[in-house]
Design a protein around this ligand. Structure first.
Ligand code: GLU
Length: 520
């Protein structure tokens, strides 16, 4: 359906009638946020589906900033949107700061382009100047409400004569520009919803496309830009579907070939309720701060909307964004509301940690991250155990039990990182410790093996088990409480256990022990 040849045919179809047609030889999609806030799950979902679609077809992903409504701008929002998109793994091929053949990619910098475009519509008589005052429009609204009708502009200025227009212009009467709506019989062929009919001219008055301050309205700028930027496919939230017929009429007025549209259903909570932008916890920043990997968030979002083949009973997996792009097909995206399943999010994060541990490079990356987190959690600690192999051992032990790598810095696991301070062996001698070390060298470190060995050792040496455990716990962790000693040993791993015990036999022990104590 979207082979290069078909596309070229699609977009050159009307080229005899206008010279301003793009000849498309590639798929081009755009994500067009308004910088009125931060990226949240819904926005990421839209960006992702555009991205997966275009990567699947070797196309381009454009970022366009739709800032025509200057009153709603939030300073810094564009920068933070870009940061979150990049964090999620979305590569921006063209956009503000990314270069591209259609710059500028910020609407407030494209005003001249819109002025020229609107002139074209005035010339071909598909748009007209409207001199109605705000007062008249208000009266129309009130009258409609009184008579229980939907308020709509009555298209009065459509019928002004050239002479009347000339007089009004000479008097410098302010005006906006409206599009002449025409009947729109053919349904929109929505790539996700199928055919959708909405005859806009029956329901609305002629819409404003250029305001009296020469700022384009959202609809106008959106259409002009999609065309000028060579956008071939538009995937956006279903809340825009009702506007799409209007957009198609604009394409018709210009005699431009429209892109293909697909609308994404509402993204909702698990119980079907609406996600609210005001719920701070749907912001991508919130998930980043909590310690989720971008892969977990990406898989979470697309698992709600579909787009992939699903074999029943298939084991849950976490895919990279490239793997998702390979498998993606727009025909499989659901048209019913996409329910987020929060349980999956944590599962995905855990699965991702496990997946990372399967490759050397990613394990090194994890080790680096853990190191940084531990340093951050124990800024004053001088004696941290941050040997790479130790961290890797801990990660391997922890992978099936952890949701976040941040959990590894929890206070109850501090023994993993903070080496015990100098310690006096009181209840066992240095020789006994030495012999214990020798015993431990040869066994496989599992909780059961360790438990058994420690019991045997206590019996053979006539040590009171509870006291022996206390000593070992202190020697290993400097702590009086914590997980069972065998478990602690299992988590620490053989290397760290032996190292910690050995360093304790080096310390000054009780007097009796010192006399006979061997240094190792
Ligand atoms: N600026 C619109 C928004 O933020 C984009 C709509 C569209 O993708 O066409 O939702």
């Amino acid at each position: 359906m979207y082979s290069k040849r078909t596309l070229a045919a699609l977009f050159t179809h009307h080229s005899i009638r206008t010279t301003k047609r793009w000849i498309h030889d590639e798929i081009r999609v755009r994500f067009a946020p308004s910088p009125t806030g931060y990226l949240h799950l819904g926005g990421l979902r839209t960006a992702l589906y555009n991205y997966l679609f275009t990567r699947n077809k070797n196309g381009k992903f454009l970022l366009r900033i739709e800032d025509t409504d200057q009153t709603r701008l939030v300073p810094g929002a564009t920068e933070s949107l870009i940061e979150d998109l990049l964090w999620a793994g979305i590569q921006i091929d063209e956009g503000p700061g990314f270069g591209g053949k259609c710059s500028p990619y910020v609407q407030s910098e494209r005003k001249q382009i819109y002025l020229e475009a609107v002139r074209e519509l005035l010339e071909n008589d598909t748009a007209y100047r409207c001199f109605c005052t705000e007062r008249r429009l208000e009266l129309l609204r009130k009258e409609a409400i009184r008579t229980r009708q939907v308020p709509r502009y009555d298209n009065k200025c459509r019928y002004l004569t050239p002479q009347q227009i000339a007089v009004l212009l000479a008097k410098k009467t302010p005006y906006c520009i409206r599009l002449k709506l025409t009947a729109h019989e053919e349904p929109l062929q929505d790539l996700i919803y199928g055919p959708v009919s909405h005859n806009v001219s029956e329901n609305e008055g002629d819409p404003v496309i250029m305001k009296s301050d020469n700022f384009p309205t959202y609809h106008f700028a959106n259409v002009v830009d999609d065309h000028m930027m060579g956008v071939t496919h538009v995937f956006r939230g279903v809340e825009w579907q009702i506007s799409t017929t209007k957009h198609l009429l604009l394409y018709k007025a210009f005699n431009w070939q429209p892109p293909l549209y697909g609308h994404l259903p509402l993204l909702v909570n698990h119980d079907g309720t609406k996600l609210s932008k005001r719920q701070g916890d749907i912001g991508i920043k919130h998930f980043r701060d909590k310690g989720y990997f971008s892969e977990a968030i990406v898989n979470y979002v697309v698992s709600a909307g579909g787009g992939f083949e699903h074999t029943p009973g298939q084991k849950q997996q976490v895919y990279s964004i490239d793997e998702l792009a390979q498998q993606f097909s727009i025909e499989r995206v659901n048209s019913h509301p996409s329910r987020l399943n929060p349980d999956l999010l944590n599962d995905f994060n855990q699965l991702h940690i496990l997946k990372m541990l399967q490759s050397k490079e990613n394990t090194e990356d994890l080790v680096r991250r853990v190191k940084a987190l531990v340093r951050q959690a124990y800024p004053k600690e001088q004696n941290l155990d941050l040997d790479d192999q130790h961290i890797e051992n801990v990660l391997k032990w922890a992978a099936k039990r952890l949701t976040f790598i941040q959990d590894l810095t929890a206070t109850k696991l501090s023994f993993l990182w903070v080496r015990p301070a100098e310690f006096k062996l009181k209840t066992i001698s240095n020789d006994q410790m030495q012999s214990l070390i020798e015993n431990l060298v040869s066994i496989e470190f599992t909780k059961d093996n360790l438990n058994q060995k420690l019991k045997e050792f206590a019996d053979e040496n006539n040590l009171k088990f509870a006291t022996f455990m206390k000593t070992l716990r202190s020697a290993l962790s400097g702590l009086k409480e914590g997980p069972g000693v065998a478990e602690m040993m299992d988590i620490l791993g053989k290397d760290s256990v032996l190292q910690r015990l050995r360093s304790n036999t080096n310390f000054k022990s009780n007097e009796a022990a010192t006399k006979v104590g061997k240094k190792s």
